[in-house]
Design a protein around this ligand. Structure first.
Ligand SMILES: Nc1ncnc2c1ncn2[C@@H]1O[C@H](COP(=O)(O)OP(=O)(O)O)[C@@H](O)[C@H]1O
Ligand SMILES: [Mg+2]
Length: 179
């Protein structure tokens, strides 16, 4: 079973999934690393400073892992296009901007990502593609608090267990913050 840990770059996917992997023993696929180390991309988009991937190729590479009974967390901003369950990390635009600037992103790339966060791009894609979608706030919260929430969600995903209300999608509206 795949569980997507997804969200706009800078929301904390890799940090939080690292904690889940190292502290709690979850199996995690860090998809960006895998794509780069195994050359699963089509080309590098130098202008946008990212790689262009073929989702079919990635899906084929991951399909043997999907059979695992225990959940496998996929850390990627496109994980929700592969998994049926999506946990979307959300970060308020002001804080996300600071994180991306600190990471050395160019202004155009910062703006592109802030706009995507304000417009709920990954949430909308998740709702379109996944059977179950959850949202977790990372704004002003520590990575371990966020990891605890993700753990609670994963523990709640079992047949017959109702989805947890507090992580129901639709809680955030940053549409007024698009500049
Ligand atoms: N909850 C958090 N609070 C503050 N900073 C965070 C938090 N989660 C991640 N960060 C920081 O934000 C940056 C991006 O985190 P990262 O895990 O690489 O995000 P992603 O994998 O989603 O792009 C890193 O510098 C990380 O230390
Ligand atoms: Mg990452």
């Amino acid at each position: 079973m795949f569980i997507a840990l997804t969200g706009t770059p800078g929301c904390g996917k890799t940090s939080v999934s690292g904690l889940l992997e190292n502290e709690f023993g979850y199996r995690v696929v860090h998809l960006n690393e895998l794509i780069k180390s195994e050359n699963l991309f089509i080309e590098e988009d130098k202008q946008r400073d990212c790689v262009v991937t073929d989702l079919d190729v990635v899906q084929k590479r991951l399909s043997p892992i999907e059979e695992f009974e225990n959940p496998v967390i996929i850390d990627s901003h496109m994980a929700h296009l592969i998994a049926d369950i999506s946990i979307v990390l959300r970060t308020a635009p002001g804080e996300l901007k600071k994180r991306l600037e600190k990471r050395g992103y160019k202004p155009a790339k910062v703006d592109e990502n802030i706009e995507a966060e304000c417009l709920d791009v990954i949430l909308v894609e998740s709702v379109e593609n996944c059977e179950m979608v959850f949202e977790v706030d990372t704004t002003g919260r520590s990575m371990s608090e966020v990891a605890e929430d993700v753990r609670e969600i994963i523990d709640s995903i079992s047949p017959g267990h109702p989805p947890l209300d507090k992580f129901k999608p639709g809680a955030f509206d940053w549409s007024g913050e698009i500049f």
